[in-house]
Design a protein around this ligand. Structure first.
Ligand SMILES: *[C@@H]1O[C@H](CO)[C@@H](O)[C@H](O)[C@H]1NC(C)=O
Ligand SMILES: *[C@@H]1O[C@H](CO)[C@@H](O)[C@H](O)[C@H]1NC(C)=O
Ligand SMILES: *[C@@H]1O[C@H](CO)[C@@H](O)[C@H](O)[C@H]1NC(C)=O
Length: 342
C-alpha cells in the first residue's frame, strides 16, 4: 500500500522539479537564435556547461569552447573532442568541444592530417561521417578507445553538457536544421558521427544512444576505408541493436584530403542542388558507380552569389514524449519514495 498522504505532499514538488528541468533533447532553437549557453542549470551534480553555443569569428581558434557542432558535408563537419589534452573521452565527455574540418563555425579547426580517411553518407534518414584519424591531434589521449557523445546522458543534460548539432543537409536551400537525435563515437583513432533527420519518425531509433560501449562498427556500420575520402549516397542502416549489416553506398565521389581540408574545395551532398557558399573551385572527382566500376569525371563547383544561407529552423516546440516521460519518471520517483516510507 502506498500511503496517499506521502504522495499528496510530494507529488507537487516532484512535478515542479520535473517541469523546471528540461532535458537537452527537448531544447529547440533556430540556429540564428541560439542562446549563449543552452544549459543554464546551476547546482546540479555535473556542474555548469563548460563552453557556449553562440560561436563566431571571435570565438574561433585553438582556444574555442564552442559547443555547437555542424555536420554539412565531406569537407565541412565537426566532431566532439576534449578542450585540453590529458583526459580520456570517458573522463571528459561532458566538456567536449567542437573540432571542425574547416574555419567558419567559431570552433577549433582540426590540424592538417587529423582525418586520414572518411566516408560521408547521406541516406533517406540521416547524414553521417565515419572515418579514421590521428586522435592525438585533437587533444585525445593516444590509445584511448573512447566513448559516446549524445544529447542524453544519465542526467539528460547531454555529453557534452549543452552540446547542440546543426546541419544544412536536411533542407535544399542552406537552412540550418537543429539535429535532435545524434551520436558521435570517437576512439581507437576512428570516429563516427550520425545526425538523424528530425522530420523522420525513426530518428531516435537510428541515432540510438544506449549502446555506448559498442563503438562505430555496431552503431554506424559503413564502408569507410583509411586513406579514402568519399562522399556517398546510401541506404539507411538497421537501427543499432537490430542487426549489423553494412548498408549499400552508391554514387560516391572521392577526393584528395588536401583538396577538401584546407584546399578550399567544397563538396555537395549527393543529390543536393544546394551549393555551399564558398569560393569557386574546380576539381577532379572520381565517381565510383554502384557496379563497382570506376569512372573519372570532372566536377565543377561554383559558388552561390555569396549570400548567407538563411538560418531558420523547421521543428519547434517540445515533443509530447517529454510529458509522457516526465509523467513516467514522476510515477517511478513516487513509487520509490512510497517504498522508502513503507
Ligand atoms: C560572438 O560569440 C561570443 C561568445 O558566444 C558572444 O559573446 C558574442 O556576442 C558574439 N558576437 C557576435 C557579434 O555575435
Ligand atoms: C599523430 O600525430 C602526432 C602529433 O603530431 C605524431 O607524433 C604521430 O606520429 C601521429 N601518428 C601517426 C600514426 O601519424
Ligand atoms: C528551406 O527549405 C525548407 C524545407 O526543405 C523549408 O521548410 C524552408 O521554409 C525553406 N526556407 C527558405 C528560406 O526558403
Amino acid at each position: 500500500m502506498v500511503p496517499s498522504s506521502v504522495l499528496v505532499v510530494l507529488l507537487p514538488w516532484i512535478s515542479l522539479a520535473l517541469t523546471a528541468f528540461v532535458p537537452l533533447v527537448d531544447k529547440r532553437f533556430p540556429y540564428a537564435q541560439l542562446p549563449y549557453k543552452v544549459d543554464t542549470d546551476v547546482g546540479l551534480a555535473r556542474g555548469e556547461q563548460l563552453g557556449y553555443n553562440i560561436c563566431n569569428s571571435t570565438t574561433e581558434g585553438p582556444e574555442s569552447l564552442c559547443q555547437t557542432a555542424i555536420i554539412n558535408s565531406l569537407d565541412d563537419f565537426c566532431i566532439w573532442a576534449p578542450p585540453t589534452p590529458g583526459q580520456t573521452v570517458g573522463e571528459i565527455e561532458g566538456e567536449m568541444v567542437a573540432w571542425c574540418t574547416k574555419a567558419g563555425h567559431g570552433t577549433r579547426v582540426m590540424p592538417p592530417g587529423t582525418i586520414t580517411g572518411v566516408q560521408l553518407t547521406r541516406t533517406p534518414d540521416y547524414v553521417q561521417v565515419v572515418g579514421f584519424m590521428n586522435q592525438t591531434l585533437i587533444d585525445m589521449v593516444a590509445g584511448d578507445e573512447g566513448g559516446e557523445m549524445d544529447p542524453h546522458g544519465a542526467d539528460l543534460r547531454g555529453n557534452p553538457i549543452g552540446g547542440v548539432v546543426y546541419t544544412q543537409a536536411f533542407a535544399d536551400n542552406g537552412t540550418y536544421t537543429q539535429v535532435v537525435e545524434w551520436h558521435n563515437f570517437n576512439g581507437g583513432n576512428t570516429f563516427c558521427f550520425k545526425a538523424c533527420d528530425p522530420s523522420r519518425s525513426n530518428d531516435a531509433e537510428l541515432c540510438q544512444h544506449i549502446f555506448d560501449t559498442q563503438g562505430c562498427d555496431f552503431n554506424a556500420p559503413s564502408n569507410a576505408r583509411d586513406g579514402v575520402f568519399e562522399s556517398c549516397a546510401g541506404d539507411s542502416q538497421a537501427p543499432p541493436g537490430q542487426g549489423v549489416v553494412v548498408p549499400q553506398s552508391s554514387s560516391c565521389s572521392t577526393f584528395a584530403s588536401t583538396d577538401i581540408y584546407g584546399g578550399g574545395v567544397t563538396v555537395r551532398l549527393p543529390g543536393a542542388t544546394f551549393v555551399p557558399s564558398t569560393t569557386t573551385t574546380t576539381t577532379t572527382a572520381t565517381t565510383i558507380a554502384s557496379s563497382g566500376a570506376t569512372a573519372t569525371s570532372t566536377g565543377t563547383r561554383t559558388s552561390s552569389s555569396g549570400s548567407t544561407p538563411s538560418q531558420t529552423q523547421s521543428s519547434g516546440g517540445m515533443r509530447t514524449m517529454t510529458y509522457t516521460r516526465a509523467a513516467a519518471v514522476a510515477l517511478m520517483v513516487s513509487a520509490l519514495i512510497a517504498a522508502f516510507f513503507l
